[in-house]
Write a protein that binds this ligand. Structure first.
Ligand SMILES: Cc1cc2nc3c(=O)[nH]c(=O)nc-3n(C[C@H](O)[C@H](O)[C@H](O)COP(=O)(O)OP(=O)(O)OC[C@H]3O[C@@H](n4cnc5c(N)ncnc54)[C@H](O)[C@@H]3O)c2cc1C
Length: 403
C-alpha cells in the first residue's frame, strides 16, 4: 500500500510555496502573460525567480552535504503543483532548475562539488539551470531507442585533447535559455553507436565561449518561461564535465524524464485545480433561466467530471512521486508509472481547462479572461519532453512488451 500523507515539514513547505506564489507571482502573472515580447515578459518576472531561488526552491533536490535542502520528489511535486496553480509557465522554469541537478546525483565526488555546490550554497538567487537537448528536426529523436546510429541526437562532441569539441549544432525550445547560469547539453559522444548507446550530457556555464542565444519563442501557453534557440558554434568542454561514462548518457536522460514526469504531472494538476476553482465559483454566480447555472444538471455533471479527472491525476501523480522515492517498495516499474502519469495528466489538463472555459460561455473565449489563459496553459503538457505518441510507442514496445 502507498502512504501519501505529508509529513509536518512537507505540509509546512506546501504552505510556504502557496504563500510565495500568491504573494510574489500572482500580482504579475496576467500582465506578464499579455506581454508581446517574451524577453520583456521574463524581465518582469526575473525578480520573482530570484526570490524563489533565494527561498531555496532551486536547491530542493541537492543533498544537504552540498548546501542543498536534501528534499526529494514529494517536495518537488509540491513545488510544481503550487506554483503551477498560480502560473504554469513560471512553474516550468522552476521545475527545470529544481530537477536538473538530480542528473548529477550519481556523479563522482569532484563533479558534484563542481556543479552542485555552487547552486547549493548560492544565496543570491542566480542559479537557474537548463536542459539543452531538442534539435530542430525532431525533439522526439532524444528518446529514439532504434539501433540505427543515424537516428537520434545529431549534435556531435568530438574528442579533442582532454575534452570534447562541439562544432556546429542547433538546439531549440530550450526552457530557461538565455537566463540560465548552468546548461546541460545533450550531445552525441559516440556517433558510431545508436542513440541509446551514444549520447551524454555535457555541463557548461553561461560564460563558456562558443555558443549564442537565438530567438526567444512567442508561445501560446506557458508564456512566462523563456524558450530559446541555442546555437553551438565552436565549444570546448572538458571531459570531467561529461555526465556518466562515455556513450551512456541516455539512461541518465531516461531517469530524468521519469523524474520530470512528476513535475509535468504536478504542473498539470495545478492548472486543472485553478481551472476547476474558477469554473466552480462562476457556476455558482452566473444565473440563467432564473437560477445559478450550477443548478442545471448538465453543468453540475460537468463539474463532477472535472473533479473526477483531477482526483485521478492526483492519485497517479502522488503514486509516481512516492514510487520514485521508494523504488524498492514500488510494485510497478517506475518507467511505466511515469509515462502513464504524464500522459494522463497531459490529456486531462486539456479536457479540464477546455470544460472550464466552456462553462464561461462566450466569456471563456475572450482574450484576457483568466480562463482563456488556463486554456492556453493546458496545451504544452503533452508535447514537452517527448510527445505522448512517441512515448506510447516506446511504452508499448519496452515497458509493457505489447509488441
Ligand atoms: C514549452 C516547451 C518547453 C520545452 N522545453 C525544452 C527544454 O527545456 N529542453 C529541450 O531540450 N527541449 C524542450 N522542449 C522541446 C520538446 O521536448 C519537444 O518539442 C518535444 O520533444 C517534441 O519534439 P518536436 O517539437 O520536435 O516534435 P516532433 O518530434 O517533430 O513531433 C511532431 C509530431 O509527430 C509525432 N511523432 C514524432 N515522432 C513520433 C514517433 N516516434 N511516434 C509517434 N509519433 C511521433 C509527435 O507526437 C508530434 O505530434 C520544449 C518544448 C516546449 C513546447
Amino acid at each position: 500500500m502507498y502512504d501519501y500523507t505529508l509529513t509536518e515539514e512537507q505540509q509546512a513547505f506546501k504552505d510556504s510555496v502557496k504563500k510565495f506564489a500568491e504573494r510574489e507571482l500572482k500580482p504579475l502573472v496576467a500582465k506578464a502573460d499579455a506581454m508581446e515580447d517574451p524577453k520583456e515578459c521574463w524581465d518582469l518576472l526575473a525578480p520573482v525567480a530570484k526570490k524563489s531561488l533565494q527561498a531555496g526552491h532551486g536547491k530542493l533536490c541537492i543533498p544537504e552535504e552540498y548546501g542543498g535542502t536534501g528534499a526529494g520528489l514529494i517536495e518537488f511535486m509540491i513545488l510544481c503543483e503550487e506554483i503551477g496553480y498560480v502560473d504554469s509557465g513560471f512553474a516550468l522554469s522552476a521545475m527545470v532548475t529544481a530537477c536538473a541537478p538530480r542528473l548529477l546525483l550519481n556523479s563522482p565526488e569532484e563533479q558534484k562539488e563542481k556543479w552542485l555546490r555552487p547552486t547549493g550554497e548560492d544565496e543570491t538567487g542566480k542559479y537557474i539551470w537548463a536542459f539543452v537537448s531538442t534539435e530542430p528536426y525532431g525533439g522526439n529523436e532524444m528518446i529514439c531507442p532504434l539501433p540505427d546510429p543515424k537516428l537520434g541526437i545529431h549534435t556531435t562532441a568530438v574528442r579533442d585533447g582532454k575534452g570534447y569539441r562541439i562544432k556546429g549544432g542547433t538546439k531549440v525550445f530550450i526552457t530557461n535559455g538565455g537566463v540560465a547560469e548552468v546548461y546541460m547539453l545533450n550531445c552525441r559522444t559516440r556517433p558510431d553507436r545508436s542513440n541509446v548507446n551514444g549520447c551524454n550530457w555535457l555541463m557548461f556555464t553561461k560564460d563558456t565561449p562558443g555558443y549564442s542565444i537565438g530567438k526567444y519563442e512567442h508561445k501560446v501557453g506557458w508564456r512566462t518561461s523563456t524558450n530559446t534557440t541555442i546555437y553551438i558554434d565552436d565549444m570546448w568542454i572538458p571531459e570531467e564535465d561529461r555526465v556518466g561514462p562515455e556513450g551512456e548518457g541516455f539512461w541518465v536522460i531516461e531517469n530524468i524524464l521519469l523524474e520530470n514526469a512528476v513535475g509535468i504531472a504536478a504542473i498539470s494538476l495545478g492548472t486543472m485545480r485553478a481551472a476547476y476553482n474558477l469554473a466552480l465559483a462562476h457556476c455558482k454566480e452566473r444565473v440563467t433561466w432564473g437560477k445559478p447555472i450550477i443548478e442545471h444538471q448538465a453543468v453540475s455533471s460537468k463539474l463532477v467530471n472535472m473533479r473526477m479527472k483531477i482526483e485521478a491525476c492526483r492519485a497517479l501523480t502522488e503514486k509516481l512521486a512516492w514510487a520514485a522515492m521508494n523504488p524498492k517498495l514500488a510494485q510497478d516499474g517506475l518507467g511505466k508509472l511515469a509515462k502513464l502519469a504524464k500522459f494522463h495528466s497531459a490529456m486531462m489538463v486539456q479536457e479540464v481547462t477546455n470544460d472550464a472555459a466552456y462553462l464561461f460561455g462566450g466569456y471563456g473565449l475572450m482574450r484576457g479572461h483568466p480562463v482563456e489563459k488556463l486554456l492556453r496553459d493546458g496545451l504544452p503538457n503533452r508535447v514537452v519532453e517527448g510527445s505522448i505518441e512517441a512515448n506510447q510507442w516506446t511504452m508499448a514496445n519496452y515497458d509493457l512488451d505489447l509488441i
